[in-house]
Design a protein around this ligand. Structure first.
Ligand code: AKB
Length: 338
């Protein structure tokens, strides 16, 4: 008998930590964790198996298809926006070919099981590309189909993979006489910048928010790499996990689209700084904008419209800016670094 599992790729990353901790403490899912790095010891008790391996390794993926009954896939593995700019071709391989491998795995699993496999995919505000800062300021809350001209390899990869997900759901091998029907149930969230007190992000461009917080809590000096007036949407990790699980659980007939914006609050870098300074008055945070990273942040929307997610499957963030910092982030980083 093959074991029914929920597969999580990129399990050792930021979202992976949040998701596995949450499911481990609250759910009864059998988690199959996959990551190129060894899984953190603290997460292992929550997984029925953790595999150190690469999503580009098709032999490994083939073995998993044969060994497990995979009910849902949370495909979290990806190279983030800043890191991807240093090696765009590698990013393309991991972000696009890796996703294609997982979609293919989902098709094979669905054929075995005779039912669709849910494929939950975190995309990003990086899919947007607003040409000028004036247009960004005027754009307000950006909707899913607006400004889709990303300027980063990561954003391009995410946007293309959203299309791949739609293709595998509705049109996969559409001309073949034996074209599979209903095999992949692709559901995607476009995340804003995420902030966690438990993990520190690496390789992203929205990282200045969490980096200011973690450095201040350790009393280490930090130069924020964007201007004080830079604005991006953000969300605390617990709300990000909530949105992933809500979308996974949503009845299929409630979904009017495959890709949804989700967000919570939209502070400027200065507003994040002020909240951190009120908790850590001796923090040594300066502002030293890095021209290219600033350019990426300026191309991303200052806010996004998540009304479709609210309407279709009841999305509502639990934590606004004040509550996120006062109730979650500040107490947790205090405890972590004390
Ligand atoms: C990044 O900065 O690359 C990510 C994102 C906004 O998707 N955090």
């Amino acid at each position: 008998m093959r074991k029914e599992v929920v597969m999580i790729t990129g399990a050792n990353g930021e979202i992976g930590h949040g998701l596995i901790n949450y499911l481990g403490e609250n759910g009864n899912a059998n988690i199959l964790a996959l990551d190129v790095a060894p899984l953190d010891e603290s997460l292992r008790p929550y997984c029925i198996q953790s595999i150190q391996g690469d999503i580009l390794d098709s032999v490994l993926l083939g073995r998993l298809v044969a060994e497990y009954e995979i009910r849902s896939i949370f495909h979290l593995a990806s190279i983030l926006s800043t890191k991807a700019e240093y090696n765009p071709e590698t990013a393309h391989r991991v972000n696009v070919e890796g996703t294609l491998n997982l979609l293919r795995l989902a098709v094979e699993q669905a054929a075995w099981q005779g039912r669709p496999v849910k494929f939950i995919y975190p995309s990003s505000i990086a899919v947007y590309g607003i040409p000028t800062i004036d247009q960004k300021r005027k754009a307000g809350k950006v909707k899913e189909n607006d400004w889709l001209q990303p300027i980063t390899m990561y954003g391009i990869n995410k946007l293309y993979c959203e299309h791949l997900g739609r293709y595998y759901t509705y049109h996969y091998r559409q001309l073949a006489a034996d074209a599979p029907k209903n095999s992949v149930d692709f559901r995607c969230l476009r995340f804003p910048g995420l902030i966690s007190a438990i993990t520190i992000p690496t390789g992203g461009t929205s990282d200045y928010g969490p980096e200011m917080l973690h450095q201040a809590a350790q009393n280490k000096p930090y130069d924020c790499f964007v201007r004080q007036d830079s604005q991006l949407p953000f969300m605390v990790m617990s709300d990000a996990i909530k949105s992933l699980l809500m979308l996974e659980a949503a009845p299929a007939d409630r979904l009017t689209q495959r890709v949804y914006n989700v967000t919570s609050f939209s502070p400027t870098a200065r507003e994040i700084y002020d909240l951190i300074l009120s908790a850590f008055p001796n923090a040594k945070i300066g502002f030293a904008p890095h021209a290219s990273r600033q350019g990426i942040v300026d191309s991303w929307p200052g806010d996004i419209d998540d009304s479709a997610a609210r309407r279709d499957w009841g999305w509502l963030p639990e934590y606004d800016l004040e509550r996120s910092f006062q109730e979650i982030l500040i107490p947790a980083v205090r405890q972590r670094y004390q």
